[in-house]
Design a protein around this ligand. Structure first.
Ligand SMILES: N[C@@H](CCC(=O)N[C@@H](CS)C(=O)NCC(=O)O)C(=O)O
Length: 211
């Protein structure tokens, strides 16, 4: 499989964790999201993903898959062990809900193109953009902190799709200096996950395109 990725992309980081947890090997095709206005905007990458975003996974069938949650569910359906969702339907809905707090409610407000738009089109100062970033992470993390189950992971004793989404968002929050002292459960879940080699190998600094 081939993964179009950028070392700092938290959405690509989710898929890297998922591939590692399933024990799948893959080739990384780095796409620099910042250099020259973003190599993701080049026609050759637009031909791969008209949305011009990473991650993109080229499946063994040759099919091109986009959107991290869709890719993660594809991997779970094709390689059921270890499962990314609990068996019980209510528990499944809960772990999907936690994943979606991150992937649908925090991340879209804070990704590269949204922040770039605030700067270039809305003419916002860097301090206002940082405040915006912090605001949406904190709002999402406040809810997540209240919703987690006794650990060590977000939904109990097994890693789920919620943890796969949480750890990359915590890494980004740390990089952008969001204070995490109000979120002791999130910090503990993050530490427990990062003890697992699948999460550790997926970190930004362990990628071939890391700077
Ligand atoms: N909802 C998408 C989000 C993908 C996304 O926004 N990726 C970012 C990097 S984390 C990206 O490619 N940004 C490039 C841009 O927005 O120009 C997913 O989960 O895959």
């Amino acid at each position: 499989m081939k993964l179009y990725s950028y070392f700092r992309s938290s959405a690509a980081y989710r898929v890297r964790i998922a591939l590692n947890l399933k024990g799948l090997t893959y080739e990384t095709a780095p796409v620099h999201l910042v250099k020259d206005g973003g190599h993701n905007r080049r026609p050759e990458f637009r031909a791969v993903n008209p949305q011009m975003r990473v991650p993109v996974l080229v499946a063994p069938t040759g099919d091109v898959l986009i959107q991290s949650l869709a890719i993660i569910e594809y991997l779970d359906e094709t390689h059921p062990d270890p499962p990314f969702l609990p068996k019980d339907p209510i528990a499944r809905a809960h772990s999907r809900a936690l994943a979606q707090i991150i992937a649908c409610d925090i991340h879209p407000l804070n990704n590269t193109s949204a922040l770039r738009y605030l700067k270039r089109e809305m003419h916002q100062e860097q301090s206002a953009i940082d405040a915006w970033y912090h605001h949406w992470v904190i709002a999402g993390f406040e809810a997540y902190e209240d919703l987690v189950r006794p650990g060590p992971y977000s939904c109990g004793g097994a890693v789920t799709i919620a943890d796969i989404c949480l750890v990359p968002q915590v890494a980004n929050a740390r990089r952008l200096k969001v204070p995490l002292n109000k979120f002791p459960k999130i910090v503990a879940i993050d530490a427990a996950c990062l003890e697992l080699p699948a999460f550790d190998r997926a970190r930004a600094e362990n990628q071939p395109d890391a700077e």
